[in-house]
Write a protein that binds this ligand. Structure first.
Ligand SMILES: [Zn+2]
Length: 271
């Protein structure tokens, strides 16, 4: 599943290339998670002004309105001048004067939704509840600590809920908690200020590193097919159950929290 770094790298892969492109055609494939909310033909003639990101949504600003795009579980985007005819899993094509933007999404949990502006009810419904961006200035350590203090749930689940900070998904929550030395089952409210500081720093660090790493593989990523869009960190704990901890050698443990796998080192991560 694409997480925030993958979405940000996707954005970087085509944002400047598509800016200024006028839409020549728009084609929908099979239904996605939510309908476009507008006749695709109505997009023709509009111009792409830029691409922003909010959480795991890409916001494609048009000279009139915007498109909110989500990659769901299995979606990937490609953008370029020489694309093949659409395949069975290509469910949104937008041809511009600068190239074709294509959403490839076998499981169809992704979506492209049109909104008149970011204050439109359908945009607010998707974006309105999102917490602060972890890589921006607004992710304030004191506000983060105060938010933790109010939450009795295990810290891993508090991170995944996305209310305190947006876009820390399953992989990066496990990785950040390892880096901060905090047991994922610990109640958020019990985390001391110094440990909250370390966690705040760790979240920024794992996400920024993943964006940087993905950015360096951008060439593969943006070249037409869009299949190999995901990349993985050299994970410290994620998906390493039973393997030795890279720091202390103890076997990594796997538990299930809220139906999601959590990985941690019982020696390095204190309750
Ligand atoms: Zn360890």
């Amino acid at each position: 599943m694409p997480e925030l770094p993958e979405v940000e790298v996707t954005r970087l892969s085509f944002a400047s290339a598509i800016a200024g492109g006028r839409i020549l055609q728009a084609r929908l494939g099979k239904p996605l998670r939510w309908p476009l909310g507008l006749d695709a033909q109505a997009l023709v003639g509009r111009t792409v002004q830029g691409v922003r990101r909010r959480g795991k949504y890409l916001l494609i600003d048009l000279d009139q309105g915007l498109l909110l795009l989500h990659l769901g579980m299995s979606g990937s985007l490609s953008f370029g001048p020489n694309q093949r005819p659409p395949g069975p899993h290509d469910h949104f094509d937008m041809l511009t004067t600068l190239g074709l933007l294509r959403l490839h999404d076998p499981r169809r949990f992704g979506a492209v939704v049109y909104a008149d502006d970011q204050q439109a009810p359908n945009a607010v419904k998707l974006l309105g509840h999102l917490g602060v961006e972890p890589l921006e200035q607004g992710f304030d350590v004191d506000v983060f600590f105060q938010g933790l203090k109010k939450r009795q749930a295990p810290i891993k689940q508090v991170l995944l809920a996305g209310e305190l900070v947006v876009g820390v998904g399953n992989i990066y929550a496990s990785e950040a908690l390892f880096l901060a030395g905090i047991r994922p089952t610990m109640r958020a409210a019990k985390i001391s200020k110094p440990r909250a500081l370390r966690l705040h720093q760790a979240i920024r660090e794992v996400l920024a590193r993943a964006v940087a790493q993905g950015g360096s593989s951008l060439r593969d990523f943006s070249n037409a097919q869009g299949q190999n869009g995901y990349f993985q960190l050299e994970a410290m704990v994620y998906d390493r159950a039973g393997q030795p901890c890279r720091v202390c050698g103890h076997p990594i443990k796997r538990i299930v929290q809220g139906q999601r796998s959590t990985f941690f080192c019982a020696a390095c991560q204190k309750p």
